[in-house]
Structure formats: C-alpha cells, structure tokens
Design a protein around this ligand. Structure first.
Ligand SMILES: [Zn+2]
Length: 75
C-alpha cells in the first residue's frame, strides 16, 4: 500500500508562492524569511511535486504575470 504525501501551496509575506511537502515544518523563501508551514493559509493541496511546482507557477502567473499578458494581448 502506497501512502500519499501531500504538497501544500502557500504564500510568503513577500508575496511569493511556495510549496512544502507534508510533514515539513518550515520552508525558507528566497526573500530570506523562514515560514512555519502550519501557520500559513494553505491555498491548495496536491499529490505530486510536479503538480506542486505547476500550481506555484500558475499562482505566480496570476499574481505577477497578468500585466505582461494583458500588455501582450493589447498589441
Ligand atoms: Zn518571501
């Protein structure tokens, strides 16, 4: 029987989207802040690392990428 490990998607105070494997207590953001995973609001839970990084990418695009996208589509 295979146990499924979940990956949690959450955000740092700086706005960056991060993911952490279930059971991992803290995650360090590139901004230098160490985040306690349990204290964060979890936006999404996924089952694989690939899905986790994809979810992070999608959220980053929603947050940061929209302006570029709009600018490109307005051309
Ligand atoms: Zn950060």
């Amino acid at each position: 029987m295979e146990l499924i490990t979940m990956y949690f998607i959450f955000r740092c105070d700086c706005g960056r989207v991060l993911y952490a494997k279930e059971g991992v207590a803290t995650r360090k953001c590139v901004c230098g802040k160490t985040i306690k995973v349990k204290q964060r609001r979890i936006f999404k839970k996924v089952e694989t690392r690939e899905e986790a990084s994809l979810a992070v990418q999608e959220m980053q695009d929603e947050i940061y990428g929209n302006t570029d996208f709009k600018r490109a589509s307005e051309l």
